[in-house]
Design a protein around this ligand. Sequence first.
Ligand code: URA
Ligand code: SF4
Length: 219
Amino acid sequence: MVSTKAPEDAYTAEPFVPDRGGLPALRRAAADCRGCPLHRDATQTVFGQGTADARVMLVGEQPGDQEDRQGKPFVGPAGRLLDRALEEAGIDPSEAYVTNAVKHFKFTQAEPRKRRIHKAPSLREMTACGPWLAAELAVVEPELIVILGATAGKALLGSSFRVGEVRGALLEREIHGRQEKLVATVHPSSVLRAQDDKDRKAAYEGLVSDLKVAARALS
Ligand code: URA
Ligand code: SF4
């Protein structure tokens, strides 16, 4: 029997990415991306938000439940925490370009109408979605990239990336042929998942302290 299903390693957004037209063209095209299976169950593509002249690009993992419904990155609980931490660190959230490594929400759901539970994207899905992030980087050309958590780090720097090893330091790495400055920190959701108030406070302060390194690099 001949299979009509594309081989799984053929997942890629590449054919959907326009090579001109800036952010508006990218956003329009991303709405119709079928580069991997994640578009099937999600409500919509959640593309990056911000202007092409933003000096800093923040990269998260993937949209969550609220982001999937509203079509905008970091508008749920993790986003509110991130905005607070950014302000405390001295970065104006409205001046940042905010995006995710993967543009569709991946989740599990026990039954229809039950709560949708976030599921981490696979390496294959991250790789498939990579051309969108590469295109955003090429248009925005940020002075600094802030990596929020392991998925963003792996998407940009490869699968050996470990947040704990590099967080809070100003890094210089070549990404898609361009020398980039980066600061990595934990994902804001990990602060929300802390066991108790004491752990949460410590995790939040760690996030703010890493973001202050980013703020200094921009000043
Ligand atoms: N977590 C992310 O990584 N991105 C979002 O947009 C929201 C939550
Ligand atoms: Fe395309 Fe990325 Fe969505 Fe997959 S997750 S369909 S590659 S936009």
